[in-house]
Design a protein around this ligand. Structure first.
Ligand code: PGA
Length: 261
């Protein structure tokens, strides 16, 4: 695991965007795993800037989103379909038929989940998976005690997660669906590179548990300790409960030139 600590969310997101750019430039038909929530917004804004100003071409990319609410219409303003359209897809040049988000409106959710896994595998797997983290240590919507071997499936949200996400539902927790379809921990672990971003004091405890705690299904993100190429980019506040920050900074500052992003 590589831990990169930046002064603030803006510079952290710029470093993250450079990593995405490197992948998209190196592999014209890159498979990108995408996340929603507050955390990746600045990274997405930077990717849009790179597309517009630097001609970064996404036309060959295929995307798979981590999750979607069950029972929320694609056009509902809080759906992850709407989020992705508004914050990223309408600004980039990814063809619609190369965009994948779990269908939370399907009558046959088990089939949606199986087919999602099959499609990722058929295309050769995810090259780069962007991740946020929940205050409870979830990745995607793999809440505590999710199997670390889990695959795409339906999950029930914890009350805390519903509370955190109520901001996207006019602050009304009762409007947040109880159920979601989410990639599993093992689905995420199959990605070539995992790129996790986390900002703010409210993420500090989950970040410390993920990076320096024991691997535990109580903190699903801690499974990333078993992943061969995970990069965690955090601001000072999210880093505030880590013990080995001096070492992480030293490693980053002394990276060999060829390893730099
Ligand atoms: P956030 O959510 O980016 O809105 O903080 C992260 C997550 O729940 O994974």
């Amino acid at each position: 695991m590589e831990v990169i600590i930046q002064d603030n969310a803006e510079s952290a997101s710029r470093v993250g965007a450079e990593i995405v750019k490197k992948i998209v430039t190196a592999k014209q038909n890159a498979i990108l795993g995408l996340a929603t929530g507050q955390t990746p917004l600045l990274l997405y804004r930077e990717l849009v800037r790179m597309h517009r100003k630097e001609g970064l071409d996404f036309s060959g990319c295929t995307t798979f989103n981590l999750d979607e609410y069950v029972g929320l219409d694609k056009d509902h303003p809080a759906s992850y379909n709407s989020y992705m359209r508004n914050n990223l897809f309408k600004h980039l040049n990814i063809p619609d038929d190369q965009i994948n988000i779990p269908d939370g409106m399907s009558d046959d959710i088990p089939s949606v989940c199986i087919n999602y896994e099959k499609k990722i595998a058929k295309l050769g797997g995810i090259d780069l998976q962007i991740l946020g983290i929940g205050a409870d240590g979830h990745i995607a919507f793999n809440e505590p005690i999710s199997s670390l071997k889990s695959r795409t499936r339906i999950k029930t949200l914890m009350k805390q997660t519903k509370r955190d996400n109520a901001q996207f539902f006019n602050g009304d927790i009762d409007q947040v669906p109880n159920h979601v379809i989410t990639m599993g921990v093992a689905t995420i672990m199959d990605s070539q590179i995992c790129l996790m971003l986390a900002f703010g004091e409210e993420k500090a405890k989950a970040i410390a548990a993920t990076i320096e705690g024991p691997i535990s299904a109580m903190v699903p993100a801690s499974a990333l300790q078993m992943h061969q190429n995970t990069i965690v980019i955090i601001d000072e506040a999210a880093a505030s409960k880590l013990n080995k920050t001096q070492y992480y900074r030293y490693v980053y500052e002394n990276k060999p030139q060829w390893q730099k992003y």
